[in-house]
Ligand binder design. Sequence first.
Ligand code: NAD
Length: 436
Amino acid sequence: MKRYAIVGTGGRHAMYRNAIVERFNNRASLVALLDSNAGRLQLAAKRAGSYAERIETFEASDNEAAAFDAMVEETSPDVVIVTSMDSTHDRYICRALERCDVITEKPLTTDAVKLQRILDTCESTGRRVTVAFNYRYSPVRAQLKELLLAGTIGEVTAVDFQWMLDTRHGADYFRRWHRKKENSGGLLVHKATHHFDLVNWWLADVPDEVTAVGERRFYRPEQAVALGLAHPGSRCTGCAESSNCAFFLDLDRFDAMRRLYRENEAYDDYFRDRCVFSDAIDIEDTMHVRVRYSRGARLNYSLIAYAPWEGYRISFTGTRGRIEHDVRESSPAGEATLEGESLGATLKVYPHFEAPWVVEPQAASGGHGGGDALLLDDVFNDDGRADPLRRAADIRSGAWSILVGIAANRSIERNVAVRPDELVRGLSVPPALALE
Ligand SMILES: NC(=O)c1ccc[n+]([C@@H]2O[C@H](COP(=O)([O-])OP(=O)(O)OC[C@H]3O[C@@H](n4cnc5c(N)ncnc54)[C@H](O)[C@@H]3O)[C@@H](O)[C@H]2O)c1
C-alpha cells in the first residue's frame, strides 16, 4: 500500500483525492493534506467522507516549511502530490524530494531559476518526479502520435498549432492568481506547458530556439470601456456593473465555487472573481510563438484567451504528406456553433499523391478529453508495464515543455531569440522526446 500526501487542496486536488480514496484504495492510501488556507484544507478532508479520519491535515499559512516538515515527519508519505499554486511547486517539490518521490501538476514550475533548483535536487537525491501531463493520455492524441511514429507523413518539417481559450474558461485565468506572472509564469507557461509538451512528445524532439511576441489586447480596462462598462469594481461580488457585464461571475450561485473559494476568503483574501478588465493583470492574452526543433521541424503556435469557442487546430506537414487534427471542446452558451458544426475531434491524413483518409477518433469520456482517467490509471497502477507511446512524463519532459514558455517569456521581454537549453544546466533528453 503506497502512502500519499497532497499539497494544495483547491479545485484540482479533488481528482487525486477521489482517485486514492475511491478507485485505487486497494493499493493507495491518503495519509495527509496540506494547504495554506485552513478553510479549504478542512473542506478537503471533510469531502473524503468516512475516510477523513485516516487523514492528517497540516496548515501552511505562517510557516510553510515547518508545516511541510511536520507532515512528512508524522505521516511518512511514499509520494507527495503537488497541486498548489504554480509558483509554490518548486518549494514543495524540492523539500519532498529530500524524503520521497513526487507527482506534480503542471507546470513543473514557473521560471528557470526554480527549474534549476528542482533539477539539482532531483539529481542530488536520486528520487523521481512525475509530471501529470494528462493531455498526452487523451485517446485521439495517442492516435495522432501513432500515425507520426509510423512515419505516415515522412519527416515532419512544419507544425501549425492554434489554441483557442474561450470567453468563459479563458477569462477565468484573468480572475484569479494566474493573472500575475509571478504566480503562474503567464499562460505561455501555465497553460501552454500542455501544448508544448504535446508537440515535443508528438515530434519526439526537443526545442532548439524560441522567438515570441505577446500582448494583452482584451482583458484590460480599455475593453471594459468599449463594452460600455463605466464603473467596473475590483471584483464581481458587489460590482456596480454586474447586470451589464457578460463576464460577471456569481460565486454564490455555484455551490462548488461558493464552498471552495467564497466561504474561505477570510483566511487569505483569495478572491476567485477579480475583475477580468483590471489594470493589475500582467499576463498576456494574445501570444504567438515560433519554435525551431533540434531535427529541423518548425512550429508556429498561437494562444488566444478570448475566443468565441474553445479548442485547437493543428497540422503537421511532412516529406510525405500532411495530418490535420482539430478539437472543438466548448462554446459558451453554444453561440459559436454554426449549423453542421459539432463539438468533438477530427483526424485526417493527406498523403502525397494518394487519396486522403479519415481516422475515427476513439471514444473518450471524463475530464480533459478522456486524459484524466487514463493518467490516473498510469499513475496509481504503476505496474511497470512498458507503454510504446511513452506517455508517463518525468521531470525532463516537464522541464522541456516549460522551457519553451520560459524562453518565449524572455523573448517577449527582450525581443530576442532564446535557446531553451541555455536557460538551465544538466538537462538531458528523455526517451519520450527522442526517436528510437
Ligand atoms: N492538468 C490539468 O489539466 C490541470 C487542471 C487544473 C489545474 N491544474 C494545476 O493544479 C494546480 C492547482 O490548480 P487549481 O485549479 O486547483 O487552483 P486553486 O486556486 O483551486 O487551488 C490552489 C490551492 O493552492 C493553495 N495554495 C496557494 N499557496 C499555497 C502555499 N504556499 N502552500 C500551500 N498551498 C497553497 C491555495 O490555498 C489553493 O487551495 C495548479 O498548478 C494548476 O496548474 C492542472
